[in-house]
Design a protein around this ligand. Sequence first.
Ligand code: P6P
Length: 336
Amino acid sequence: MPQITVTEHLLLHQKESPMATGRFTRLLNELILAAKIISREVRKAGLVDVLGFTGEVNVQGEQVQKLDEYANKVLIHRMQRAGVLCAIASEENADLILIPDTFPKGEYFLIFDPLDGSSNIDANVNVGTIFSIYRAKDSGNGERLSDLLQKGSEQVAAGYFLYGTSTMMVYTTGSGVHGFTMDPSVGEFLLSHPDIRIPETGRVYSVNEAYWHYWDDATREAVAYFKSPDNTRGKPYSLRYIGSLVADFHRNLLYGGIFLYPADVRDPKKPAGKLRLLCEASPLAFVCQQAGGAATDGMGDILDIEPQELHQRVPLFIGSKNDVAKVSEIYAKHRA
Ligand code: P6P
């Protein structure tokens, strides 16, 4: 296959998309540079002192891993200098990260989870970076949250980097989903998965069943469906759960399946479950929808949710269209 880089692929596709400016390409290339730097450190984790906890706690109340902190710093440093952003938001930072006046600003707003799944790093399990890109609303200079918080359907681009057996980048700008694999010998992401389509019905379900006793009846019925021999497949789905969202999502995107992180009553501070709307659910929902899949919070499409706050959490059911539709059907029945 001819070696097609992300930049070349964007130029080929930009003709079809409203981003026919070099500014978006510049944004994506800075993101790619940050991911290359993060990938280099992830690959040698264990050899250098990036393992273990910093002893600090992030805005989510989670122990911060050194690699978490490193990835967050690399992304903020690089993206503040991209010259096309008006603001940045990170899963690790409570508030908006503004662009210092010393750097040119632009019309895009970037949100990311710098290193999702980081609790797995010490066990050498895949981790990932998730990103979401919006255009700031015209009303302000893009430094007010009200200019930035928008529905997932307003995203201009979204995707993730997966630091796994190889380093991959998967993204969409609204013209399908495309996967690139890093060729370490040249340090470039090269097109390896053009036009990814998720099977309409999957064969895998991914959920942490340890929370069974904390779920409502609709959630229990949905999970029971996927492991029942009486479902439309006539046999149980396989349970695959790595505990690293990007890795679980990516496998289901390629093989077909559904990832579930339902609301549960374990933690009254997190009634909607653990995952965040803006830096996890929305970007993956955009990728999934563009690949022919779907994503719901049990009530409606993830991409239709109007965010109320930066770190808002939502239940997430995402993957093959028919499997997500089954969850929506069960939830609707229990609401009736
Ligand atoms: P649980 C990792 O911390 C993460 O945010 C996602 O990557 C992953 O899917 C989820 O949490 C795992 O959560 O509650 O099953 O351990």
